[in-house]
Write a protein that binds this ligand. Structure first.
Ligand SMILES: [Zn+2]
Ligand SMILES: [Zn+2]
Length: 175
């Protein structure tokens, strides 16, 4: 989904659903993770001020993440807003920068490389940022048994807890 800059007079607004595999693969390539993405509901607003394009977006959907402890997938709903500025020139004296400094805003700022805005690219990038580096399904997740690999959230396994090589076993032998 690409928008030609020449098609944006003062503002542009759109609401749509992204639901295609090539997009999801793009997000996955950006994260190197094992998360799975499902349909993303997108609200996007673009306002133009001279050579700067102010983008406000909102992404809603659900990510399937794989718990680092028990390796089960779990759903993680998100509803995130983002703002960024796309500019045609990297000139620090441009209006965008001074305005930003006046407002004290710390907006993501990117340089436009062509005469169009690739919305899907932009959304994939934002979505990749939402994917955490490390996550567990639940702070109390018990993970997998290191001996038999059973998911300990489903209950105890048959492994014997008293480990012969534990420091306590050594103390017992000293007596
Ligand atoms: Zn877990
Ligand atoms: Zn076990």
């Amino acid at each position: 989904m690409k928008i030609k800059l020449s098609d944006i007079d003062d503002s542009y607004e759109s609401h749509f659903l992204v639901d295609d595999d090539s997009f999801f693969r793009r997000v996955k390539d950006m994260t190197d993770g094992e998360e799975k993405t499902s349909a993303v509901s997108v609200d996007i607003k673009i306002k133009r001020k001279k050579d700067a394009y102010y983008i406000d977006g909102r992404l809603k959907g659900s990510l399937k993440l794989r718990c680092k402890r028990c390796i089960e997938y779990f759903d993680n709903d998100y509803d995130e807003s983002f703002s960024l500025i796309l500019t045609l020139s990297d000139d620090n004296d441009s209006d965008g920068t001074s305005e930003r400094e006046l407002k004290g805003e710390d907006l993501q700022r990117e340089l436009l490389s062509s005469e169009e805005i690739d919305l899907l690219d932009l959304i994939a990038e934002q979505l990749a940022l939402l994917c955490p580096m490390s996550y567990v399904c639940n702070d109390n997740c018990n993970g997998l048994c290191r001996k038999c690999g059973v998911n300990l959230n489903d209950g105890d396994c048959a492994c014997d807890d008293s480990n012969e090589s534990s420091p306590f076993a050594v103390l017992k032998n000293l007596k």
